[in-house]
Design a protein around this ligand. Structure first.
Ligand code: PHE
Length: 352
């Protein structure tokens, strides 16, 4: 049995440890907690006296009191560590809550949008698919023969200058228009042919209204007895579906080596309804003319049929070509062509 003095010290130690644990519960900051710890366990702390008294006890009392002293220290250290860990976790939780509030509603997926040029291409495809045309594509890197010679444009033809393009190793070129898809399609099979061919083309141009690469849409219809009236009717249907139901089409005499006769295609301006006047002023889209140019067209030249092995005495056909970026500019009222190629999502997100 420990002596009365020893029992008193043991009781002291247990009481002091209990007091600190109770006090810890009222403390808020790390500094307060560490100060309290020092007040008990420090050199001149509240446990220092009982420890000194321990030294004066007879040997047989020391084990029991020593054990009580260790227990008191252990209780204090464990309680302090637990409080400090609690503070740390609370601080981390607060940090996390600041950046991640898991109770907020989800943000939802950010869906992209189709590029305006894609939208216009698909819309035009739909219109011609409805007329029984098929969509065909061809490679960007073409033979000179498909791009020029077979299209009645021999090497010394002045029309080659207008479509100067990029030459690739091996004598090939970046196609300057989608018209070589006419050649590829006719070489691939007999008439009748009814295709549209969207795709990128390349020219040696680079300014506010011309980019060195731009998308076109070709059209070709070949059969027996196809007339210029069929061309005009097809273009009229297209313009009325694409720009507006009552708008007219105008074909202006022009020249392309691979069509004869050839015509530039104008659509009546949808903004001023072809009048050229908008609120008493000159229409800003057609500049007062009442017409907007949308592409080139014509009846397939006999030499083109000869180049692909079709008999021009049996078949006839029409072809047309338009610039898809121009169609998108007209349709959406975009006045700078370059906006289509800058990939600024603030611009692109407006089209859907
Ligand atoms: N290929 C011509 C161009 O790019 C357009 C065109 C196509 C004209 C078909 C007539 C017939 O300028």
């Amino acid at each position: 049995m420990p002596s009365a003095a020893a029992t008193a010290i043991i009781a002291d130690l247990d009481r002091l440890a209990g007091e600190l644990v109770a006090e810890l519960a009222t403390l808020v900051t790390e500094q307060e907690i560490r100060a309290a710890q020092a007040r008990y366990l420090g050199k001149k702390g509240r446990l220092a006296d009982p420890m000194k008294a321990l030294g004066r006890l007879p040997a047989e009392d020391r084990p029991a009191v020593g054990e009580a002293a260790n227990r008191a220290k252990g209780t204090i250290e464990t309680a302090v560590a637990a409080r400090l860990r609690g503070l740390e976790e609370a601080a981390m939780g607060a940090d996390l809550a600041r950046v991640l509030d898991v109770t907020l509603p989800a943000r939802g997926a950010r869906l992209g949008t189709l590029h305006p040029l894609t939208l216009v291409r698909r819309e035009i495809e739909e219109i011609f698919l409805g007329l029984g045309f098929e969509v065909r594509t061809g490679p960007w890197i073409e033979t000179e023969w498909n791009n020029f010679d077979a299209l009645n444009t021999p090497a010394d033809h002045p029309a080659r200058d207008m479509q100067d393009t990029f030459f690739v190793e091996g004598g090939r070129i970046l196609r300057s228009h989608t018209s070589p898809v006419q050649i590829r399609t006719m070489l691939a099979g007999p008439p009748p042919v009814r295709i549209i061919a969207p795709g990128n083309v390349f020219r040696r141009d680079d300014d506010a209204t011309h980019t060195p690469m731009f998308p076109q849409m070709e059209g070709l219809l070949v059969d027996e007895g196809v007339s210029f009236a069929d061309l005009k009717g097809t273009l009229l249907h297209f313009v009325q579906r694409f720009f507006g139901p009552k708008l007219g089409v105008r074909l202006r005499p022009s020249y392309f080596p691979f069509t004869e006769p050839s015509a530039e295609v104008d659509a009546a301006c949808y903004l001023c309804d072809g009048s050229g006047l908008l609120a008493g002023k000159s229409c800003r889209l057609c500049k007062g003319g009442g017409w907007i140019e949308i592409g080139g067209s014509g009846m397939v030249h006999p030499n083109v049929f000869k180049a692909v092995g079709y008999d021009p005495k049996i078949v006839s056909g029409f072809a047309f070509g338009m610039g898809l970026s121009r169609m998108a500019m007209l349709k959406y009222g975009v006045d700078d062509l370059r906006a289509f190629y800058e990939n600024d999502t603030r611009f692109l997100a407006q089209f859907r």
